[in-house]
Ligand binder design. Structure first.
Ligand code: KG4
Ligand code: ZN
Length: 343
């Protein structure tokens, strides 16, 4: 079992109840129950609503995943679960369920870091990760640049957002433009009909020499620009605003990601998280990586957004690498640092 362990992974850090099953780096099942529709009318994820939805979705999701993978409880070698970072109450549901399965089945428990799992998942699609690689993780909850010498042991934070996450900026700007939540896919679609050069929105921290991001100034700039036009009775061309905002975000993201590769002399860049689904981010990253001689890996969208397979993938690496299991007393840690790959 050590080489190709059958691992069940549980993810409940935000609004997706994800249960994934892998055998080594082979994906067998990836079941997702999302509560996103319950949050839509609030324009953002409501933690308490998410926690309750996880509670209801958990057992059916595990059963569906087992059926999809064609395996039974008795076949499972280990349970992996997101221990943090994320919403405290939401994490708690997954961690409690994982402990119960671990205890009930008599198999080891691995509490893992959500961000490291976003990196590890790419192995299910593109094979073993180059060592080292740089990872750009962009979602509604996080925007981070990581140096990854070895995803199962050693992940180093190079930079992160100092305010809003990239996806959060997409969601807030979408709201200003009257587009539904979550706004990222809507902005992406609108932007295809507009020009990214129509409005010169600010690029926060573009030349500050750090690998950190800032999107709150950009979000405010878009809101002010739109308000000023509306106050003057002018109509706004939503596709142009969406494209110009999107261009500002992906320009900074790709510039800093390539800067990170250059600084640490790394030839492989991985992009993950929900915003990695953005078509302009993918295109600009491809273009700039090619020009810089950097290989680019982006998992397919279903593996980029929060899911259980990513947790199972990291769990399989830990089992194969002989890592010590977590104690059944581990807490859910909403601010688990990236240096803690597994608890
Ligand atoms: O990883 P994810 O499913 O959940 C977490 O937030 O952890 O990411 C969701 C985020 C949302 O903010 C959503 O608007 C954004 O990813 N997103 C996109 C696109 N698809 C999803 N942002 C820009 N362009 C997209 N195509
Ligand atoms: Zn995530």
């Amino acid at each position: 079992m050590a080489d190709q362990p059958l691992v069940l992974g549980i993810e409940t850090s935000c609004d997706e109840t994800g249960v994934g099953i892998v055998r080594g780096h082979t994906l067998l099942a990836n079941t997702i129950a999302s509560s996103v529709e319950q949050h839509a009318r609030f324009g953002g994820v409501v933690p308490e609503v998410a926690s309750r939805a996880h509670l209801e979705a958990m057992t059916p999701a595990v059963e569906r995943a087992l059926a999809e993978a064609g395996v039974g409880f008795g076949d499972i070698d280990a349970i992996a679960v997101t221990a943090g970072p994320g919403l405290a109450g939401a994490l708690l549901v997954g961690v409690a369920a994982a402990k119960a399965y671990s205890l009930g089945l008599g198999v080891p428990l691995y509490g893992v870091n959500h961000l490291a799992a976003h990196v590890a998942v790419d192995q299910l699609e593109h094979g073993p990760l180059p060592k080292p690689c740089v990872a750009l993780l962009v979602s509604g909850g996080h925007s981070s640049l990581l140096l990854v010498p070895d995803v199962a042991h050693d992940v180093i934070s190079l930079g992160s957002t100092v305010d809003d996450a990239a996806g959060e900026a997409f969601d807030k700007v979408a709201r200003v433009l009257g587009l539904p939540f979550p706004g990222g896919p809507h902005i992406d679609r609108e932007a295809r009909e507009g020009s990214g050069a129509a409005v010169a929105f600010p690029r926060g921290k573009y030349d500050d020499g750090t690998l950190d991001f800032s999107f709150s100034g950009l979000k405010t700039a878009v809101a002010r620009w739109v308000e000023a036009r509306r106050a003057a009775g002018e109509s706004i061309h939503v596709p142009d605003v969406a494209a110009s905002f999107q261009e500002a975000v992906v320009d900074v993201l790709t510039r800093k990601a390539i800067d990170a590769c250059r600084r640490y002399d790394v030839r492989d860049l991985l992009i993950g998280g929900g915003v990695a689904a953005n078509s302009r981010l993918r295109a600009l990253a491809r273009e700039r990586c090619q020009a810089a001689g950097i290989r680019l890996r982006v998992p397919r969208p279903g593996l980029c957004t929060d899911n259980g397979a990513m947790v199972a993938a990291l769990g399989a690496d830990l089992v194969s690498g002989g890592a010590a299991p977590s104690a059944l007393t581990i807490p859910a840690d909403s601010s688990l640092p990236i240096t803690t790959v597994h608890v």
